[in-house]
Design a protein around this ligand. Sequence first.
Ligand SMILES: Cc1cc2nc3c(=O)[nH]c(=O)nc-3n(C[C@H](O)[C@H](O)[C@H](O)COP(=O)(O)OP(=O)(O)OC[C@H]3O[C@@H](n4cnc5c(N)ncnc54)[C@H](O)[C@@H]3O)c2cc1C
Length: 344
Amino acid sequence: MEKILFLAHTEGSGTLSPASAQALAAAVALSKSLPGSTLTVGVWGEGGQAAADAIAGCGAVAFFSVTGKDFDVPRYASDAAAAEALVRKSGASVVIAPASSRISRALPGVAVRVGGRIETHVVALTATGAKVQIKRWYYRQRLQATMSRAHRPWCLVVDAGVFDAWQGAAGKASVEAISVALPEGSKRTRVEGVVAASASVQTIRPDADLLFVAGAGWTKKQADGQSHAKQGEGLILEFLEKSKASLGGSKSLVDLSGEGREVLSFMSHMNQVGQTGSSPRHRKGLSTCCHGEEPHVVGWRFITERRAINKDANCGWARGKADVVYVADAFEVMAKVNALLAKG
Ligand SMILES: Cc1cc2nc3c(=O)[nH]c(=O)nc-3n(C[C@H](O)[C@H](O)[C@H](O)COP(=O)(O)OP(=O)(O)OC[C@H]3O[C@@H](n4cnc5c(N)ncnc54)[C@H](O)[C@@H]3O)c2cc1C
């Protein structure tokens, strides 16, 4: 009989992130399919009660929280102390948590402290009889393994974008506050503030429906023999603003930005998609001025519907890597798209 703990930190002011709601859905589904199992919720950070209230209808038999100013900020020592206390209090045999940066950093240490084991990049959880099985990625998401473990507690960090977010009734959760005394030595790291990847515009939006990828073509000489990077920058910014798409870049483009050349000011290595970049999950993707070479396209494996705009009818996208390729000038197409979006 498994005791399942859904573990998460708040995003401040009593909210849980979309990735947390997805991990909760995974935990709820697993507990429903495991005979005799129970579900418990453990949250830490500012507004724990409000966060628990928002998911009061998830079927948990108990809610625990760790609150206090020391636990609001992302810091290994306090995050690990809070998570450890919640795991111990719940007596969990299986811990399910979202892959936030805080949990990815703190939970491996917590697993060691409680004598458990941990799996990251979990993308499926199933029950066969009383046995829990998971699927997880290895080697930068190139190999997928199906596995189970007899060892408990077993911590499972669930990748974002895999499960639909939990939806259900809010209510008044009966939350038991767990007190955690944090030694002075655990408070040495202070959070002074947050520096976003881009100062002028937020471009990475993991929850967006659409991934918009810009390639180096935006900076290349065009038919008139001139580069029009500034114009491209304006078109892309306007599109991102209107569509709320997430911005990805090819390696060639982000490398140019890193070298300080005049390119897209809001593009950084954080945006790079591909073999040595990220593999974001979005329902749709639109590639522009990007050739579609394999080291780039391998980062598109979780993009369901793919389209590309390229002047070259023989580009990589046209060789079976996109569902639709528009053989066209991306400057002209995006200007037209923006005009249509402006009409609403
Ligand atoms: C080990 C290794 C790892 C790598 N990892 C990555 C990675 O993680 N991510 C990644 O992206 N790359 C990666 N690369 C590099 C990759 O192979 C390509 O070099 C890179 O993706 C090319 O970027 P690009 O398509 O933007 O630029 P280019 O190859 O220069 O292509 C520009 C494209 O823009 C088009 N174009 C120009 N003007 C217009 C216009 N007006 N309208 C429409 N189209 C236009 C051109 O036709 C051209 O196809 C890696 C390479 C290696 C060897």
